[in-house]
Design a protein around this ligand. Structure first.
Ligand code: CA
Length: 227
């Protein structure tokens, strides 16, 4: 559902499983690919929030996967953490030149890699790593599930809460109804897009219960945005 989604692209099964186990223990959802080609397919199928990508892979190498993802506008913003057995400085430079966001040398401590994943998530999904989000006079704390506007604490249903946290992660971004369905309801559940409108209506009602400007903007033909 709304938990962060991490894609692991790693050809060694034992390493792949250890990573998946630890990421899931952190409360994340994982997808796993055993080579570069499968990795690219999975990104198109179900875009992850972060990718942990091994350098040495059969078929399409990690560098090539990274290069391709960073070239495409729709995948460019997904953070990539490269894993490599090589430690030479020159390779590190090459890895970062392909656009990788971070670089971890094998063998690595799992705790270290988890910290790196959290750092990337803080950038792309701040509410999921316990950060309090604010937008104008609205504050949302994902850890305690508290939302306030000005001095008033607001009571939101679980769906309205997830909608608001999605908006507050990227104020100004326009979300289509389909994108909101995927993010807030999950892509495995069939929900009519009109359901989105119903919950947006409820969210607006709570946000404006004491007056104040409605911060949710309807973008005709496109969807909704905060601000
Ligand atoms: Ca490998």
């Amino acid at each position: 559902m709304n938990e962060p989604h991490v894609l692991i692209v790693e050809d060694e099964p034992a390493q792949r499983e250890v990573l998946a186990y630890n990421l899931e223990a952190e409360g994340y959802r994982t997808s796993r690919a055993e080579d570069g080609e499968q990795g690219l397919l999975l990104v198109d199928e179900d875009a992850p929030d972060v990718i942990v990508l091994d350098w040495m892979l059969p078929n399409v190498s990690g560098i090539e996967v990274c290069r391709q993802l960073k070239m495409r506008p729709e995948t460019r913003a997904i953070p990539i953490i490269m894993l490599s057995a090589r430690s030479e400085e020159v390779d590190k430079v090459r890895g970062l030149e392909t656009g990788a966001d971070d670089y971890v040398v094998k063998p690595y401590a799992v705790a270290e890699l988890m910290a790196r994943v959290r750092t990337q998530l803080r950038r792309v999904r701040p509410s999921t790593v316990g950060q309090v989000l604010t937008y104008e006079d609205i504050a949302l704390d994902a850890e305690t599930h508290r939302v306030s506007r000005g001095e008033t604490e607001l009571k939101l249903g679980p769906t309205e809460f997830r909608l608001l946290s999605t908006f507050m992660e990227k104020p100004g971004r326009v979300w289509s109804r389909e994108q909101l369905l995927d993010r807030v309801w999950g892509r495995d559940i069939y929900v009519d897009t009109r359901t989105v409108d119903v919950h947006i209506g409820r969210l607006r009602k709570v946000l404006t219960q004491n007056g104040g400007v409605d911060p949710v903007r309807t973008v005709r033909g496109a969807g909704y945005a905060l601000g």
